[in-house]
Design a protein around this ligand. Structure first.
Ligand code: KG4
Ligand code: ZN
Length: 344
C-alpha cells in the first residue's frame, strides 16, 4: 500500500482549521510515523469576544467564509494539488450543529467531486490521539484525561476505537469552569489561558476551596460548585485579591484532576496517561501531573502546545490511524457465527 495523503477539516466550534497529513507506509505500528504537510488554524476568537462567548450563527458563517481560503493556504503550504489528495477527513461531532454542518458539507462535497472517500471523525478521538503524533513511546492500553470546553472525561483506551468511560463531569466541563470563573473575574473570553496567567501571579494557598467529589469513591467530577464559591469570594474581596482567587481556583481544579488520575492509575494498573483537549495547555496541570507521574513511576503525555486547542491535524491523524486499522483488518478474515444486528 502506498502512502496516503489525507486532507482534514475541523469546524466544530470557533476555530476553522485545515491540515494535510501523509501517512508513512514504512511504519508498522501505532503511532504511525507520518509527515505533516500543512497545518493551518484560523481562530475566530476576536469575532466572538465582544459577546463574551461563541455565537453559533456567527461561527458557522465565518467557517463558510474561511474554509476555501484555508484550503488554498494548506495546499500551498504542502506544495500539492487537490488531485494529489487520496482521502478527506472531517469532524462530524460533537460540537455546534451549524458549525459542524459547514465543515462536513464542504468536506463531503469536495470528496464527492474528487471521487475519493470522506471519513467522519469524532472530535474527541482527535484530541485523544493527538499526543501520539509526537510521542511514539505511548502504548495501549493507556488512560486518557480529556479536558476541553465541552468535555471532562477519564477513559481507559484499550485499543484504537475501544474507549471505556471511567468517569466524567456531572455538570460543567473543566474548560467551561475556567471560562465562567474568568468571566466572574472580569477576564476576556475564552478565559482559561487568561485565568491561568493571572493565577501565576497569585498565592494558591490563600483561599481554601473544595476539591469536589474527591471524598466520594469513583472517578466522576463536578465543577459547577467551585464557580459559586469563587463568586462568594469575589463579593467579599477587592480586585487586588483576584490573582489569589484565580490561583486558589486553579489549585482546586488541578488538585481534583490529580486525585482522580491517581485513582485511575491505581485501579487500572496502566502505565501511560495521555492528557488532551484545550485545558491540557494549562501549565500548573502539566507540572503537577508530571511530578505525580514521576512519584508513582508512571508516564504522562501531553500534546504539543500547538495541538492542545482545536486543529485539523488531530483530525487527519485520527483518520490515518483508522485507515491503518482498516488495512490491518483487511489482512485478517473475520467471520462471526453469532452476530446480533443490534450490536452493529
Ligand atoms: O479543546 P478546546 O480548544 O475546544 C473544545 O473542544 O472545547 O478547549 C477550549 C477550552 C476553553 O474552555 C479554554 O478556556 C480552555 O480550553 N483552555 C484553558 C487553557 N487554554 C485553553 N484552560 C485552562 N488553562 C489554559 N492554559
Ligand atoms: Zn476541542
Amino acid at each position: 500500500m502506498s502512502a496516503t495523503t489525507i486532507l482534514a477539516f475541523e469546524s466544530s466550534c470557533d476555530e476553522t482549521a485545515v491540515a494535510i497529513y501523509r501517512t508513512d507506509d514504512t511504519a508498522e505500528a501505532l503511532p504511525q510515523r507520518g509527515r505533516i504537510l500543512a497545518d493551518v488554524v484560523y481562530s475566530q476568537i476576536p469575532l466572538h469576544q465582544i459577546y463574551g462567548g461563541v455565537v453559533p450563527e456567527l461561527a458557522a458563517r465565518a467557517h463558510i467564509q474561511r474554509l476555501p481560503l484555508l484550503l488554498q493556504e494548506a495546499l500551498q503550504q504542502a506544495h500539492i494539488q487537490l488531485a494529489d489528495v487520496n482521502v478527506v477527513a472531517y469532524t462530524a461531532g460533537p460540537g455546534l450543529q451549524g458549525a459542524l454542518m459547514t465543515g462536513a458539507a464542504y468536506a463531503r462535497s469536495l470528496a464527492y467531486a474528487l471521487g475519493i472517500p470522506a471519513l467522519a471523525i469524532h472530535h474527541m478521538e482527535g484530541h485523544l490521539l493527538s499526543p501520539l503524533l509526537h510521542s511514539e513511546a505511548i502504548q495501549f492500553p493507556f488512560l486518557a484525561l480529556l479536558v476541553s470546553g465541552g468535555h471532562t472525561q477519564l477513559m481507559a483506551v484499550e485499543a484504537l476505537g475501544r474507549y471505556r468511560l471511567l468517569g466524567q463531569t456531572l455538570d460543567d466541563a473543566v474548560g467551561e469552569a475556567f471560562d465562567k470563573t474568568a468571566k466572574l473575574l472580569g477576564l476576556p473570553y475564552p478565559g482559561g489561558a487568561a485565568l491561568s496567567a493571572l493565577a501565576a501571579q497569585g498565592n494558591p494557598k490563600r483561599f481554601d476551596l473544595p476539591r469536589p467529589m474527591t471524598q466520594r469513591q469513583g472517578l466522576d467530577f463536578s465543577f459547577s460548585g467551585l464557580k459559586t464559591q469563587v463568586r462568594l469570594l469575589i463579593e467579599a474581596h477587592q480586585e487586588s485579591d483576584y490573582a489569589d482567587i484565580a490561583a486558589s481556583f486553579q489549585a482546586a481544579v488541578v488538585d481534583t484532576l490529580l486525585i482522580k488520575c491517581r485513582r485511575a492509575w491505581k485501579s487500572t494498573g496502566y502505565r501511560d496517561l495521555v492528557v488532551a483537549g484545550g485545558v491540557s495547555a494549562n501549565h500548573a496541570l502539566r507540572q503537577q501531573l508530571q511530578q505525580e507521574a514521576l512519584r508513582l513511576r508512571k508516564k504522562v503525555y501531553f500534546p504539543e502546545p500547538k495541538l492542545c486547542g482545536d486543529n485539523a491535524l488531530m483530525i487527519a491523524f485520527a483518520a490515518a490511524q483508522r485507515l491503518q486499522q482498516a488495512q490491518q483488518q483487511d489482512l485478517t478474515i473475520p467471520v462471526r457465527a453469532r452476530w446480533d444486528l443490534a450490536t452493529l
